[in-house]
Every structure is written in structure tokens, then in C-alpha cells.
Ligand binder design. Structure first.
Ligand SMILES: Nc1nc2c(ncn2[C@@H]2O[C@H](COP(=O)(O)OP(=O)(O)OP(=O)(O)O)[C@@H](O)[C@H]2O)c(=O)[nH]1
Ligand SMILES: [Mg+2]
Length: 293
């Protein structure tokens, strides 16, 4: 597992270490390069064996408690704020297939710095957004983080599946917790929030659900308002281009049929002569129609 984590974080260092300890085979055969997530999304499946999950959430949401329990550490009653990156790695059994899962806690204060880089989410196969379900402010902050991260993914092409985790389910939830978080998950088109209590050891299959979502990289991808408008705009532009191309073909064909049979004017030549401007097609068409009379 340490090898999996080290290779994921620093593959060159990993290979150097292999050579150093006297690995007999070809060191490059010891690591496997997987295809880009964008391609995985197109193929609608991922064949990776190691997944990295970014754990976002406001301070005191319960992120470290999740990481600790993932590696079998006892529940920490005393709160100690995390500074810097913290990782936890373990194997998740999916009923036969075993996958390594790396959880990386991203402290709230470091999100801004992380997202200042264009490739910030390149290594993130899946992200979870943890909030303390007994505090409204914690949920609001987690929802803002989710929109920020999802927007960054949409803008950079590194979209990934996201899950909402409602932590501290053993405490009384704030009044409209379930409605609020369910509504946001529906608006963004992702799975309903997952309630867990790390204190009681009740995880609602969280780790399996994380791996399962990572294995289906085309699902559970949040779609923000901005992302939706951008997609609609691209769709509109594509449709207009298709319309203009269709128009070009139709007009060219009609022009050709209108020419007297004695005139030799190959269709290919005419297609080459006109460009994408519909107004010009109209003029071309009229000129040729007139000249053919
Ligand atoms: N009752 C209850 N308390 C929890 C649970 N999970 C975490 N806590 C408590 O919540 C506090 C914060 O937990 P952490 O896991 O340190 O929170 P964090 O999100 O890592 O906080 P930062 O590192 O500051 O960002 C600690 O006092 C934990 O004991 C839970 O499931 N139930
Ligand atoms: Mg922490």
C-alpha cells in the first residue's frame, strides 16, 4: 500500500527507489501508466487499481476522523486541526475485486491555493465533501466548496465524480439539513448525501461507494449553472455550424441542378468556391440562377 501511495504521488522517486534496492527486472515494468480520466469518462469505465479521493470540507467537519478510521485508528475525541496534506491509504474489497484507495484531506484554508493551479484536479479521481450535519454553517461552507471545485473541474476539463457526506449522524441534525443537502445534490445531478457517524463506526458503505463512483467516472459529475450554460452555448454553436453546412450543401446542389445541361460546372468546384457565409451562398445562388437564365 505504501508502494501504491508513493508511486501515485511521485512515480519517478518510486522507480529510483526500486533501482536502489536492486530490483532485478525492468523498473519501468513495475509501474503501470493508466489512460487519462477524460478518456475513461468517454469509455464510461476506469480500469485503474489505485484511486485517489480528495476529501474537502470545512474545519471540524470530521474529515480527519474519516481518514483515521479508514486505516483502523481509534476515533479521536479531541479535536486537532489539520495543517498541510494528510493521506490515508487502504485496500477496499468490492466483493472479489480489490482496489487501493488513497484519501487525501484538503484543509479548508488550502482550497484556494490548490485551485489556483490549472492542473489542481488532475490527480483527483473522485472528491467527497464532508460537513457536520448538526451545523448549518458547516453545510453551507461545504456546498460552496463543492460548487467552487466543480466549477474548477468544468473550466479545466478535469471533471470528476463527487459525493456529499453528511458526517456526525449521531448528533441532532440542524432543522433543514436533509432538505438542504438533498436539494443541492439534485440540482447538481449527483447522488443523495451519505449520512455517516465515524464515532459510532457507521459508514453506510462509504469507502465502497467512493471506489464504485471512481470506477464510473462519467456518473455523479456535478453540473453547475455556469457549466450548464457553457454546454448549452457550445450545443447552440455546433447546431448553427451544422445548419450552415447543411445550407451550403443544399444551395450548392440546387445551383448545380439549375445550370443548363450544356454548361459544365462541376459540383466539387462550386463547393470549393463558396465558404461558410450564408449571405454569400444566397448571392452566389442568385448570381448563378440569373446567369443560367
Ligand atoms: N459526535 C461526533 N463527533 C465527530 C464525528 N466525527 C468527528 N467528530 C469530532 O469532530 C471534531 C472534528 O473532527 P476532525 O475529524 O478533526 O475534523 P476535520 O474536518 O479534520 O477538521 P480540520 O482538520 O480542522 O479541517 C473532533 O472533535 C471529532 O472528535 C462523529 O461522527 N460524531
Ligand atoms: Mg483534519
Amino acid at each position: 500500500m505504501q508502494w501504491a501511495l508513493m508511486t501515485l504521488l511521485d512515480p519517478i522517486y518510486s522507480v529510483e527507489n526500486l533501482i536502489y534496492i536492486g530490483y532485478a527486472g525492468d523498473p519501468s515494468s513495475a509501474i503501470r501508466l493508466t489512460r487519462r480520466r477524460r478518456l475513461d469518462r468517454k469509455k464510461q469505465q476506469s480500469d485503474r487499481n489505485v484511486y485517489q479521493c480528495f476529501v474537502f470540507g470545512p474545519k471540524e467537519a470530521g474529515k480527519s476522523a474519516i481518514l483515521n478510521s479508514f486505516i483502523g485508528r481509534p476515533f479521536p475525541e479531541e479535536y486537532q486541526s489539520t495543517t498541510g496534506d494528510q493521506y490515508a491509504v487502504n485496500v477496499v474489497d468490492l466483493g472479489g475485486a480489490k482496489k487501493s484507495l488513497v484519501l487525501r484531506e484538503i484543509p479548508e484554508d488550502e482550497v484556494k491555493k490548490l485551485l489556483s493551479s490549472k492542473d489542481a484536479l488532475a490527480d483527483c479521481d473522485i472528491a467527497i465533501f464532508v460537513h457536520d450535519s448538526s451545523h448549518e454553517a458547516s453545510w453551507k461552507r461545504a456546498a460552496d466548496l463543492l460548487v467552487d471545485v466543480a466549477s474548477h473541474g468544468e473550466a479545466t476539463g478535469y471533471e470528476m465524480p463527487c459525493l456529499i457526506v453528511a458526517a456526525k449522524d449521531d448528533l441532532e441534525p440542524y432543522l433543514t439539513e436533509i432538505q438542504d443537502s438533498t436539494r443541492v445534490s439534485q440540482d447538481l445531478g449527483i447522488e443523495a448525501p451519505i449520512p455517516i457517524s465515524t464515532k459510532l463506526g457507521d459508514f453506510s458503505n462509504l469507502f465502497r461507494r467512493i471506489v464504485n463512483a471512481a470506477e464510473h467516472p462519467h456518473l455523479s459529475i456535478p453540473e453547475t449553472e455556469a457549466g450548464r450554460s457553457r454546454k448549452q452555448y457550445h450545443r447552440l454553436v455546433n447546431r448553427s455550424l451544422m445548419f450552415v453546412s447543411g445550407l451550403k450543401f443544399m444551395l450548392s446542389f440546387r445551383t448545380y441542378t439549375l445550370l443548363p445541361s450544356c454548361q459544365t460546372f462541376p459540383l466539387e468546384e462550386h463547393l470549393r468556391a463558396i465558404d461558410f457565409d450564408p449571405l454569400r451562398y444566397y448571392l452566389d445562388f442568385n448570381d448563378l440562377e440569373r446567369s443560367s437564365r
